[in-house]
Design a protein around this ligand. Sequence first.
Ligand SMILES: [Zn+2]
Length: 431
Amino acid sequence: MALAFVAFASQAATLKSVRMHEAPDSTRVVFDTSAEVKYKIFTLEDPYRVVVDLQNVTPRSGFDPAVAAVGRERVNSLRAAPRDGNYRVVIDTTSALDPKAFTLKPIDPYGHRLVVDLFDPNQKRSQSRQPPLGKDRSVIIAIDAGHGGDDPGAIGPSRILEKQVVMQIARRVQKKLNAVQGFSGVLVRTGDYYLAHRQRTQLARDKRADLFVSIHADAFRQANVHGASVYTLSDRGATSETAAWLAERENRSDLLGGVGHVSLTDKDPVLARVLLDLSMDANRSQSIDAGEAVLANLGRVTKLHKSRVEQAAFLVLKSPDMPSILVETGFISNPGEARRLSQAEHQENVARAIATGVEQFMRENPPPGTLLASQAAGKAPVGDRQYTIVRGDTLSTIAARYGVSSKLLRARNGLSNDTIKVGQVLVIPGG
Ligand SMILES: [Zn+2]
C-alpha cells in the first residue's frame, strides 16, 4: 500500500479540460486529467468560493477554465493559477455551496476524472417536500429520460445523442399525460446532468410515483438491428441476447455518468434481499402488464424489435415499490431509425403511444384513492378525452377500444361517415 501510494503521488498529470453540468440540487464540475490526481478541497468566505488544489498537475497549453463557467446559475467564474507547487482552481459561486469530490477511473470515452459536486443546501430542502395526497388524487407517472451529463448514452450517425433524443420524447410524454384528467407526469431528470440509477428510482419514490417509465434509444453492435422494445426487470437472466447486451450497456452508465461510491445496498443485506423479493414479485407481473400495454401501442406507430415484453437485469428497474418498465424507443445505431427518432413527428407518435399505453394500464389497475379508482367504481364521471388517429385506425376499432359506440363517436365529432385520416384528433366522449 505504501509503495503504491508513493508511486501514485509522484505521478505528474496534465489538466486537459474542465466541464460543468447543472442539476436541480447541485452543480457538477468535472476535471479531465491525464492521470489520477491528489487534491485538496476547501471553501473560503467573503466572497464565498470553493478552492480545489490539484497536486503535481500542470494545465495543457492554452487551458482556459473561464469558459466552463459562462452562463451558469450557481457559478460566477472559474479561475486557475499555479500556487505552492500545486495548480489551484477557484470556483466563485453565487451562494454557499457544499462541495463533495471523488475521482473516477478511465472508462471509454473518458480518461481520469476528478468530480466536484457543489450541493445547494436550499434546493435540497425544497426538493424533498412531498406532494399532498388528497382524495381522488392523480396517478403519478415518473418519466425517466435515460443518461445525461457525462453519459451521452448511445451515439448515432451525425452525432445524434441518445440523452437528447430521450429527453425530447420524455417531455412529450409528460405533456400528453398531464393533458389527461387524473394523470400527472413528472420528469425524473429535468436537464442535461447525470443521475445514478439509484437516484432515479429514489426521486420517483420521493414524488410518490405509481409507475416508473425509463426511456431509451440504444445502440447495438449491428447497425441493421432496429425496432422498439419494452423491458421489465429480471434477475433470473435475460430473455434474449439483445436484452443482455442492452442491460450491460445501461448498467455501465453509472461509471460513465460519474457516481462516487457505487453501492447497491444501504440496508442490512439479508433483510433488504427479503423485502426486495417480496415486493418485487408483486410488482413484477404489474410491470409486465404495463409493458404490454405500452408495447401494443408502440406497435401501431413503429416497427417492433420483439413483439413480447422482454426481461433483463436493468439496474434502473430495481425499484421494489412501484411497477417499472424500460422503453427502448428504437436503435440509434440504425441510420434510418436514428433519423426518425430525431424528427418531431415521429417523437410525437412514440410519445403518444407510450402515454396511451400508460393510460390504459393505469385505468385497468387504478391505485386506491385515485380519481381513476373512483371512476372505475362509478363514483366519479370520466371526462372527455382526445385521441389522434394513427395509421391503421378505423372508427370502429377506436370505438371498441374506448367502449363507446361508433354512432356516438360520429355524432360528437360531427362526422357524416366513417372516414378518418391520420393525424386527425377525435373527441372520445366520457360519461
Ligand atoms: Zn440507454
